[in-house]
Design a protein around this ligand. Structure first.
Ligand SMILES: *Cc1c(COP(=O)(O)O)cnc(C)c1O
Length: 377
């Protein structure tokens, strides 16, 4: 069997082990320390916009804390992009609130601002104004943040921006993660950079980041004994993981370039092939191309997304259908949904192709050869 080609695998830069070694040498083996502070500063510098960052144990923890900090409580409703990974929506239920799902639009595959406003109006008419809005930058493509923020401001609803897949993406030079009232990043093993597992909460408000650090370390009040006046969490990032993160930040720009290069190769390969479309960047939008994705219109292409996925699997090459929308997930059965079939079509026709920054030319050649077999039929 040939070596497995993964969808997206960790890609170390080289200096990560030095930062981890430093942690050992100084015995900072805890969910605090110089690497945690250093990693937060690296992220603040990269994101710009005077943001403040709290490094956490995961992106999911960041979304949970984000909802807590925005004051979302049991019985509330939260508007959430339907086309996404379950980790976007699950934290809504952690705080006892209910998701209201909104469909995607076709330019970015992210939350449709029009349908979002429709949902807001309808929920208000039904007697409950949503307490927060969670848009997502899927596969690194920025959502229509200017439109989404403008509508959210008009209705005075805070935005929790799920930028887990979009570190390095931007709109007109403004970085994803810094658009919302609170932004969330992920450094899971399959993301564009990784800390093996980790995440971060981002805010322009220093107090919000400070409160996130406080809640993430069991909400300990200032006292010599253990004193608590709020429910806390154990969500802080380990100093060892943050060491990996500091090393990864040194190569982030390169990783974005490499992923974009993988995408460019697919774009070049599929040019002129009938029934296959790729997701183009709208003017001013810059995607980190975390994952390269295609849509296959089977009636035109002569084969389906599943035909191609199975052919790649035969060659030990991993590919995956696009995210199955949350409003179609059994666990969210019965939740409200505002949409017109876009996310459903994306799920039916879409495939994520191997996209790692560490894909060698020989890997790409193997992938194209496997695709050729299906297209050539
Ligand atoms: C990965 C991911 C998350 C969760 O991040 P973790 O660090 O794995 O908890 C949330 N939302 C989206 C869209 C993701 O891709």
């Amino acid at each position: 069997m040939k070596d497995k080609i993964w969808l997206s695998s960790p890609h170390m830069g080289g200096t990560e082990q030095q930062f981890v070694q430093e942690a050992f040498d100084t015995n900072w083996i805890a969910p605090l320390g110089p690497n945690v502070n250093g990693f937060e500063q690296d992220l603040e510098l990269f994101l710009g916009d005077d943001v403040h960052v709290a490094a956490l144990s995961s992106g999911t923890a960041g979304l949970h804390l984000g909802l807590v900090l925005l004051g979302v409580k049991a019985g509330d409703e939260v508007i959430c992009q339907s086309m996404t990974f379950s980790a976007t929506a699950n934290p809504i239920t952690y705080v006892g609130a209910t998701p209201v799902f909104v469909d995607s639009e076709t330019d970015t595959w992210n939350m449709s601002p029009q349908l979002m406003e429709e949902a807001i109006k309808d929920r208000i008419a039904k007697g409950k104004k949503p307490k927060a809005i969670i848009p997502v930058h899927l596969y690194g493509m920025p959502a229509k943040m200017d439109e989404i923020m403008a509508i959210a401001r008009r209705y005075e609803i805070p935005v929790l921006e799920d930028a887990a897949e979009a570190l390095g993406s931007s709109i007109d030079g403004r970085r994803c993660g810094a658009f919302g009232d609170i932004g969330v990043l992920s450094f899971n093993g399959n993301k564009i950079i990784t800390t093996s597992g980790g995440g971060a909460l981002v805010s322009k408000n220093a107090k919000v980041a400070e409160d996130a650090r406080f809640l993430a370390t069991q909400a300990r009040d200032a006292a010599p004994h253990y004193q608590h006046s709020q429910i806390g969490y154990n969500y802080r990032m380990s100093n060892l993981c943050a060491g990996v993160g500091r090393g990864q930040m040194e190569v982030l720009a390169k990783r974005v370039e490499q992923r974009r290069n993988v995408y460019a190769q697919y774009e070049n390969y599929f040019a002129g092939k009938k029934g296959i479309t790729l997701l183009q960047e709208p003017a001013g939008y810059f995607s980190n191309r975390w994952l390269s994705t295609i849509l296959i219109e089977s009636s035109v292409a002569g084969f389906s997304r599943e035909d191609l996925r199975l052919a790649l699997e035969q060659e030990n090459i991993e590919s995956r259908p696009l995210w199955k929308p949350m409003h179609l997930q059994p666990v969210f059965d019965g939740c409200a949904f505002y949409g017109d079939g876009i996310a459903e079509r994306l799920f039916a026709d879409g495939l994520c192709l191997p996209s790692g920054s560490n894909l060698a030319d020989a890997d790409m050649a193997r992938i194209f050869k496997a695709i050729e077999k299906v297209i050539g039929q």
